[in-house]
Design a protein around this ligand. Structure first.
Ligand code: G4P
Length: 533
């Protein structure tokens, strides 16, 4: 028990959230380098040399040079076991991206200093905030011309509703930065003069930014601007209140440059110091965490065919309590089956390592005999508990699909069933229509992945026809038959796999109109008995 608590206290499990091109791959790679997990810069991503990202497993990913599926990377740094949950960096992210956040205890929000808060970051931020996980901000690309840091702080507050506490502060004028001032250590950290952008640090002998030595190095104007900024921050800015960080109200903000390796190591060290240890999770029988005296874990992602050489499905689980040991038998609560976990795996890139033991906060991959679903619970035999259901994330794009060859219908159905269980797509039926389904996804790349996988894994070609809808709403009403709803002429009435009615309509704007015309009917973004996003 002591051992488990001790091991858990050394774990940090987090996800990096960002908009494509903010530098997530680059930052991840630099973090892995510090952890000694990779030795060659450029091995996580080397698009231009036609090498493939280490998290690119599926053929489709390789062909396109992007990462479709989220992966998990692990390394040790100064006695801390770091688990990075990688979220797809492409515009077409999927529900998988959201679900990955369910396994994280904190998030690093990566922002491009020139671009500020972008669309995908907003969506991912919302999910983190909803879950109440602490968010750390890394403002990247400081080596380039960028926006004013005050401007960025204001944007975080206005757009995301979170206040920021700068841990360091850019030195320079008008977005032309020379390095940072470290507020905690009262030292300036500058890009090296030789242009290598390594780091040159000078600590204040005065213990504050007001140090004549700084003026000498920075020159009058830059020094003046820096001292004015720091004075303003000290006087008008927030205090560092860790309680607020854990409640998702305040974000520690770091400035740096992943590509030039500037500020990455100080960030990593401070982040590991502040980031939460594995957070206990709610179950039907109270919380499960490091202090619980039983093993428990939940499935947050199911991945098929990660390696074309192995035609298998892997379920990724996050351990919440107890010690995991290779070969142990656990109860899969949803099926009531006893399962022996004989080949648990951890992942670094294409390398799979067999794990002998693992602790709360760790992520491991299990061969899925075809019984696991997203959100399922595994626990020690003799226990009976269930983790809370995963939220359903409202799909935004829709298509009608059917098997091209009706003779292949059986494989088609099998494939659709499995892919739905895996959470790759949401499947709906139009009442009275048997030969085709309507599928809903968060990002359109999922359509391509579906088509590709049905062909590769189930030998089925499909006909797919994208539908002009953007909004799905479940219908909750005690007295109105869905068929009798008013003003949904250009919408589509469907049922989900549990027979619950929903409509597809084109825009949120149309939804307002439909609501107005159907008083007494609720239109819900997620199924009535599921937790909301
Ligand atoms: P992503 O995973 O978030 O999509 O971003 P990625 O790391 O692929 O970085 C996107 C681009 O931004 C890359 O340039 C990368 O080199 C660059 N970048 C990342 N960090 C920094 C930084 O700190 N400063 C500057 N100036 N650039 C940075 P690219 O030209 O698209 O690709 P590449 O040729 O560098 O691989």
């Amino acid at each position: 028990m002591e051992d488990i608590i001790n091991q858990a206290s050394k774990r940090r499990t987090f996800a990096i959230i960002s908009h494509p091109d903010a530098g997530k791959t680059t930052l991840t790679e630099k973090l892995l380098l510090y952890g000694g997990a990779i030795h060659l810069a450029g091995s996580v991503k080397a698009r231009k040399t036609a090498k493939h990202a280490t998290s690119d497993w599926m053929e489709i990913e390789k062909q396109r040079g992007i990462s479709v599926t989220s992966s998990v990377l692990q390394f040790d740094y100064q006695g801390i076991r770091v688990n990075i949950l990688d979220t797809p960096g492409h515009q077409d992210f999927s529900e998988d991206t959201y679900r990955t956040l369910m396994a994280a205890d904190s998030a690093v929000m990566l922002i491009d200093v020139a671009k500020g808060v972008e669309e995908q970051t907003k969506k991912l931020f919302r999910v983190c905030k909803e879950r109440g996980i602490p968010i750390f901000t890394f403002v990247n690309k400081l080596d380039r011309f960028g926006r004013s840091p005050f401007d960025l702080m204001e944007e975080l507050e206005k757009v995301l509703g979170i206040r920021a506490f700068p841990m360091n502060w850019p030195i320079g004028i008008d977005g032309n930065y020379k390095g940072v001032y470290n507020r905690k250590l009262a030292q300036i950290e500058l890009f090296d003069k030789d242009g290598s952008h390594g780091q040159y640090a000078l600590k204040s002998t005065a213990g504050s930014v007001n140090d004549p030595a700084f003026r000498e190095i920075l020159g009058d104007n830059v020094y003046q601007a820096l001292t004015d900024d720091i004075e303003l921050l000290d006087m008008a800015g927030d205090q560092f209140d860790f309680e607020k960080v854990t409640q998702g109200e305040l974000t520690p903000m770091f400035f740096g440059s992943a590509m030039t390796n500037f500020g990455v190591q100080p960030f990593l060290e401070e982040f590991l110091r502040l980031a939460p240890t594995p957070t206990p999770r709610q179950t039907s029988e109270g919380v499960a965490g490091a202090e619980s005296d039983f093993f428990s874990a939940f499935v947050f992602k199911i991945q098929a065919n990660m390696n074309p050489a192995h035609r298998d499905r892997i379920a990724f689980i996050r351990i919440c309590s107890g010690k995991f040991e290779r070969g142990m038998s656990v109860l899969h609560v949803q099926s009531g089956k006893q399962i022996k976990l004989s080949q648990p795996q951890q992942f670094l890139a294409q390398d799979r390592t067999i794990v002998d033991d693992a602790y709360p906060g760790d992520i491991i991959g299990l061969f899925d005999p075809g019984v696991f679903g997203i959100g399922d619970t595994l626990c020690q035999t003799g226990q009976s508990l269930k983790f809370q259901d995963f939220p359903v994330f409202p799909p935004e794009q829709f298509a009608r699909v059917q098997a091209k060859d009706t003779m292949k219908r059986k494989q088609f159905l099998k494939g659709m069933t499995q892919l739905t269980q895996e959470g790759a797509v949401q499947v709906f039926r139009q009442p009275g229509v048997i030969e085709s389904f309507v599928i809903g996804v968060v990002g359109s790349l999922q359509f391509e992945v579906l088509e590709y996988r049905l062909k590769q894994e189930y030998g089925t070609d499909i006909l797919m026809h994208q539908l002009p809808y953007g909004v799905a709403r479940w219908i909750a009403s005690n007295n109105v038959n869905p068929q009798d709803l008013k003003s949904i002429d250009n919408g589509m009435l469907l049922e989900d796999t549990k027979g619950r009615p929903l409509i597809l309509i084109t825009t949120e704007w149309q939804l307002g109109w439909v609501r107005e015309r159907n008083p007494g009917v609720e239109f819900l973004a997620t199924p009535p008995d599921m937790p909301h996003e």
